[in-house]
Design a protein around this ligand. Structure first.
Ligand code: SF4
Length: 224
């Protein structure tokens, strides 16, 4: 069954975080909204509407994504930066947003959704929006950037490429310098997951934010 899954950076990252969480999401298809992803989802939608010149009702978007009151305090500054970024940095370029790209990696299907991609000056430019500057996520951000570059090359051919992380809350653009990636490494990560028969829990500090914690065997003591 897992052989047929469309793999993504997100699914590989989820397995690394906790195999049990991976099983809930990608095998049992038990999808629950991550509370700490809601602000990011809302701002992604706002940016996409802005780029595609669609009606953009911020209050409706924040309500739809159930953005918490605490996170709403970050919204005005993030929106102001995002708007400025899209209207100036990206002005007059033929941008594609939320671009879905699929390819084969070894025998497996892989999918990525790119926040922003465009060609300019004979180079490919990819921007990925990030909403947390916590250093604990940075390694994963770099791996994701490498995967995006790799998939774009597979689908559209090699081209000098620049990949950036863009942080709307602080208005920073960070270039990712090393985009090299081994296909074998990706395939072996996937095969390790396919071979797993247990999908055990892996507890860590972030369990307190896990939307599956209330049903998680690591936190649920069975009565004798
Ligand atoms: S609470 Fe922790 S151990 Fe349990 S599923 Fe979530 S991440 Fe895994």
């Amino acid at each position: 069954m897992l052989e047929a899954l469309k793999w993504s950076h997100s699914s590989l990252k989820t397995y690394k975080t906790c195999p049990h969480l991976f099983k809930q999401i990608y095998i049992l298809k038990d999808r629950r909204e991550l509370p700490n992803a809601r602000l990011g989802n809302a701002l992604h939608e706002y940016a996409s509407n802005l780029i595609n010149k669609k009606v953009n009702l911020l209050d409706d978007i924040l309500t739809k994504w159930q953005v918490s009151q605490e996170d709403r305090e970050l919204v005005p500054v993030a929106i102001s930066h995002l708007t400025q970024f899209i209207e100036t940095t990206l002005a007059k370029k033929r941008i594609e947003s939320e671009k879905r790209v699929e390819c084969q990696i070894g025998p497996y299907s892989f999918v990525a959704v790119l926040d922003i991609v465009f060609n300019f000056d004979d180079r490919r430019h990819i921007y990925d929006f990030k909403f947390s500057k916590s250093s604990k996520y940075y390694k994963e951000y770099i791996q994701q950037a490498k995967i995006y570059n790799y998939i774009m090359e597979k689908v559209y051919g090699k081209k000098p490429t620049e990949v950036y992380l863009y942080y709307p809350i602080t208005n920073e653009i960070i270039p990712i310098k090393d985009l090299s990636l081994s296909e074998d490494e990706l395939v072996s990560q996937i095969e390790l997951i396919i071979a797993d028969r247990k999908f055990e829990t892996k507890t860590h500090k972030l369990c307190r934010f896990c939307q599956y914690q209330k049903d998680c065997p690591a936190f649920h003591i069975e009565e004798p």
